[in-house]
Write a protein that binds this ligand. Structure first.
Ligand SMILES: Cc1ncc(COP(=O)(O)O)c(C=O)c1O
Length: 368
């Protein structure tokens, strides 16, 4: 069975490209003597997480407790929850997870939430490792660099939380188009974070993990010797948002990792001049980051445009350019891989244009 036999819209993962991405990132980080704890928020798939660990990752990052629960259910360990956990409900859920997977770590960035977590763990006779979440002026979560030592001292007062390290995630820098500007900005914040990490390490024995980075800065951040582990996510799948930023090899493209993920869409109507209607709209390819790109060489000149919930358009840039007839299947590179994957049930696996199986996207919808 070939990809054109698949029903559309659907997701396809090219296994050769996926494996190349997996081993390239793992090789890069391991060659520098550091660890990889890749982020599952991108792929939402225990089968991929398992392969990342088999390739050498020391564990898996997740954004949410429900994703951690799903991975633990699949027998995957070494989990770091990279977002703060603050509500009483979620803290109970996290403590329940620690009973099943005691090595799970979470970031902390509020004395109030840390206090609630400490009390819940104490009630259950548990303890857990936490990473202090430092905000590199991104502003999403984390304590400002200037408050790190004071907050760490507060954490030391909680008997059931062990300060195991820091997390610094500069999400606002990952897609800076200019590689040189991205490099300068990322090294500036991480050098400062490294200074804080050294002081914390002296004052708090056991504070020895420095976790950071996304796909856009791993090769840059490797220059900071204090970093112990990297948490990129997108590299295994890739998307148009990443593929069009500059990289070490080129100021206009990021070819280190290949677009292993594709959205397959079918032409459903060709009754209009200048465009055809396809069956992948907002519910199949998420509208964020960049515009999906047509991958098929035959139709590469056509531009995708969202056309409502269920449909998209493939537009010819000029008259006379051939449009695909109804029934044609076209491959798109996703705009932004994470939220697009979250819209689908499975990855169809493809090798040499043959469909060879599928992996369930078992963590899709796990946003709690
Ligand atoms: C905390 C954290 N770490 C790592 C990542 C992975 O980043 P990327 O998908 O750009 O590699 C993300 C993505 O949003 C994140 O929020």
């Amino acid at each position: 069975m070939g990809t054109t036999d698949l029903d559309t819209p659907c997701l396809v993962l090219d296994l050769d490209l996926f494996e190349a991405n997996l081993h390239r990132m793992q090789g890069l980080v391991a060659a520098a003597g550091r660890h990889l704890r890749p982020h599952a928020k991108t792929h939402k798939c225990s089968e991929i997480a398992r392969r990342q660990i088999e390739a050498g990752a020391i564990g898996i990052c997740v954004a949410k407790v429900s994703e951690a629960e799903g991975l633990v259910d699949s027998g995957i360990g070494g989990i770091l929850i990279t977002g703060p956990v603050s509500s009483a409900t979620k803290i109970q859920r996290l403590a329940g997870l620690i009973e099943r997977a005691p090595e799970t770590m979470v970031v902390v960035e509020s004395a109030i939430s840390a206090g609630l977590l400490d009390r819940e763990l104490s009630r259950r006779g548990l303890g857990m490792n936490v990473l202090l979440d430092l905000d590199p002026d991104f502003g999403r979560t984390g304590v400002p660099f200037g408050s790190a030592l004071e907050f760490a001292a507060e954490l030391a007062g909680f008997q059931n939380l062990r300060l195991a390290g820091i997390q610094v995630y500069a999400g606002h820098l990952q897609h800076v188009t200019s590689y040189s500007e991205r490099r300068e900005a990322s090294l500036r914040v991480l050098r400062e974070a490294a200074g804080i990490f050294r002081v914390l390490g002296e004052r708090f024995p056991g504070c020895n993990i420095f976790s950071t980075s996304g796909t856009g800065t791993v090769d840059i951040d490797l220059e900071i010797s204090e970093i112990t582990e990297f948490q990129p996510g997108s590299y295994v799948c890739m998307d148009e948002e990443y593929l069009r930023i500059g990289s070490a090899g080129s100021e206009t493209g990021f070819e280190t990792y290949a677009p292993a993920l594709r959205v397959l869409t079918g032409v459903v109507s060709a009754n209009q001049p200048g465009f055809v209607t396809v069956d992948a709209g907002l519910k199949a390819v998420y509208r964020d980051g960049a515009t999906p790109r047509v991958l098929d060489a035959r139709y590469a000149q056509l531009a995708y445009e969202w056309f409502g919930d269920e449909y998209g358009k493939l537009l010819a840039p000029a008259p006379g350019i051939a449009l695909p007839p109804p029934g044609t299947t076209v491959e798109l590179v996703a705009s932004h891989c994470d939220p697009t994957i979250n819209l689908h049930d499975r990855f169809h696996l493809v090798r040499n244009h043959e469909v060879v199986g599928d992996w369930p996207i078992n963590l899709r919808g796990c946003c709690q």
